[in-house]
Design a protein around this ligand. Structure first.
Ligand SMILES: C[S@@+](CC[C@H](N)C(=O)[O-])C[C@H]1O[C@@H](n2cnc3c(N)ncnc32)[C@H](O)[C@@H]1O
Length: 268
């Protein structure tokens, strides 16, 4: 595992340790209203590609709530991967409590063993996934490897255009003009943050998180280079990453949904 990945593991495990939500509530939602964890633009893609008996995988599955929601809602099996051991423990506990055919493994995505190759009918990636991988080509190569021939990748991500907007914690953030495009879209940059992970933890000072900017072309070219075939692409003004809180910029693409397939007859 690379040093940066080891640092991120420490930071994510700390964020989970200080989580600002209750896993019992997550469990109750999964039991009674699993589709609450599947947003309105992701759902039609899942409806279209998940079939009875499908094996579904998720990379960067966090505490497992999204994959468990898929397993419960569509009555399919699931396998999730994430760096953070404490999240994975909880995901496996919830799977057992819900009696679902789902299991989770703590591993760096880039080091998922070959025994998982050619296993997934559908691989789901949700917002907040690709930025953790400096080498986005290696990341999408692993996506291709875990898919069965004919398998489908469903990627919902934060739209790369949002890289151009300053976050409140950045020096160039202007509270009077928060939606001005101030950052260089093309800058190849490592971002470091020690201000916690607000969407899941109330810690204001944390171990450092390291992430990376990837343009839209970086995503599409890495997917094509991996050997996957792009089937559909869409953009959305909805702030699924909850970056902008109550006041998201109007008329901006804030999320994207891309569907790609692994050619039939191609094993790894
Ligand atoms: C923004 S979160 C999860 C996104 C998911 N949509 C969610 O909201 O639960 C990113 C996750 O990626 C995981 N992660 C980061 N780098 C990783 C890596 N190299 N291998 C596996 N998981 C990683 C973190 O532990 C974290 O749980």
């Amino acid at each position: 595992m690379k040093n940066r990945t080891r640092d991120n593991k420490k930071a994510w495990e700390q964020a989970y340790e200080h989580r600002n939500y209750d896993e019992e509530t997550v469990l109750a939602t999964l039991r009674d209203h699993p589709s609450d964890y599947l947003n309105d633009e992701l759902r039609p893609a899942l409806d279209a590609y998940i079939k009875p008996g499908s094996a579904v995988m998720q990379f960067c599955a966090n505490n497992g709530r999204e994959l468990l929601a898929i397993c419960k809602h569509y009555a399919v099996s699931g396998h999730g991967f994430d760096l953070a051991e404490n999240m994975i423990r909880s995901a496996n506990e919830k799977a057992a409590a819900l009696n679902l055919e789902a299991s989770f493994q703590a591993v760096d995505i880039l080091e998922i063993p070959e025994s998982f190759h050619n296993q997934a009918d559908v691989l789901v990636l949700t917002v907040g996934t690709t930025a953790w991988f400096e080498d986005i080509r290696a990341f999408f190569t692993k996506c291709r490897q875990v898919l069965r021939p004919g398998g489908i990748l469903i990627l919902q991500e934060i739209h790369p255009l949002t890289l151009m907007l300053a976050a409140e914690s950045e020096d160039n953030y202007d509270p009077d003009r928060p939606f001005t495009l101030v950052n260089d879209y093309f800058a190849k940059k490592e971002w470091v943050s020690t201000s916690g992970m607000g969407y899941m933890s109330d810690l204001k000072q944390s171990y450092p998180f390291f992430d990376y900017s990837h343009t839209l072309a970086d995503h599409v070219n890495a997917i094509i280079a991996s050997g996957l075939t792009v089937r559909a692409f869409d953009e959305s003004p909805v702030d699924y990453g909850d970056i902008f809180g109550a006041n998201p910029p109007a008329g901006c693409p804030l999320a994207m949904l891309l569907i790609a397939g692994k050619p039939s007859g191609e094993n790894d």
